[in-house]
Ligand binder design. Structure first.
Ligand SMILES: N[C@@H](CCC(=O)N[C@@H](CS)C(=O)NCC(=O)O)C(=O)O
Length: 211
């Protein structure tokens, strides 16, 4: 039985795992969990992932990995080619550093900006099994964080093709998925950030980014 990937095409977090699966050519089944109808909160999916978040990856032995961090490590170790988390100690450290910066400075900020400003997210300020009220100031702060992160990354990307190493890594994947998601709160890579634009256009040519 192949591994099963629990996905939702429109959401940024499962897209990160989807790109890794595609880049590594990992055979897998896909189950779409429709977040628009709240399927992630339903009894059936809770049996797979009690944390009610997507992505999840069910392995051949029935083990379920319920977070991008664990899914990335599992796929990297099981399918080492092409490496997406570095091969030397220094590369691994650089990629982990950038991955963390991107999670905190961009991915979480974009999530705050979207969830805390959208009436459709009422009481769903955070993903997961518990309800939390929206805090509009967090949306404002999220927008500022995205802006600041963009400027910082723009400078970093001068003369670079990829964020953290000489080839594609999970840092590029997380950043690209987060930037695409940030469009929903009006933050777009534009001609004002030419280095980011060049980097993003390069990624767009990879089939895995169009899945
Ligand atoms: N830490 C998790 C976060 C996953 C996450 O937040 N996924 C969102 C979709 S982008 C989700 O499941 N949301 C469910 C909800 O909003 O109820 C990971 O990166 O794997």
């Amino acid at each position: 039985m192949p591994i099963t990937f629990y996905d939702f095409k429109m959401a940024p977090s499962p897209r990160r795992a989807r790109i890794i699966l595609a880049e590594k050519g990992v055979p897998h089944d896909v189950v779409q969990i429709n977040m628009m109808t709240g399927q992630q909160m339903g009894d059936e999916y809770r049996k797979v992932n009690p944390n009610c978040t997507i992505p999840a990856l069910k392995l051949e032995d029935g083990t379920v990995l319920t977070d991008n961090a664990g899914i990335a490590i599992y796929l990297e170790e099981t399918y080492p080619q092409p490496p997406l988390m570095g091969t030397t100690t220094l590369e691994k450290a650089e990629i982990a550093t950038w991955q963390s910066k991107i999670e905190f400075g961009l991915a979480i900020s974009a999530g705050h900006a979207f969830r805390n400003s959208n009436p459709a997210m009422k009481d769903r300020a955070l993903p997961g099994p518990f309800n939390y009220p929206l805090i509009p100031q967090l949306a404002e702060r999220g927008l500022q964080q995205i802006e600041n992160f963009m400027q910082m990354l723009e400078e970093h990307m001068e003369d670079r093709e990829f964020i953290a190493s000489d080839s594609l890594s999970i840092a590029d994947i997380t950043a690209a998925c987060s930037f695409d998601f940030a469009k929903v709160v009006g933050k777009r890579i534009s001609d004002d950030t030419p280095n980011l634009k060049r980097w993003k256009e390069g990624l767009k040519r990879r089939p895995s980014f169009s899945l």
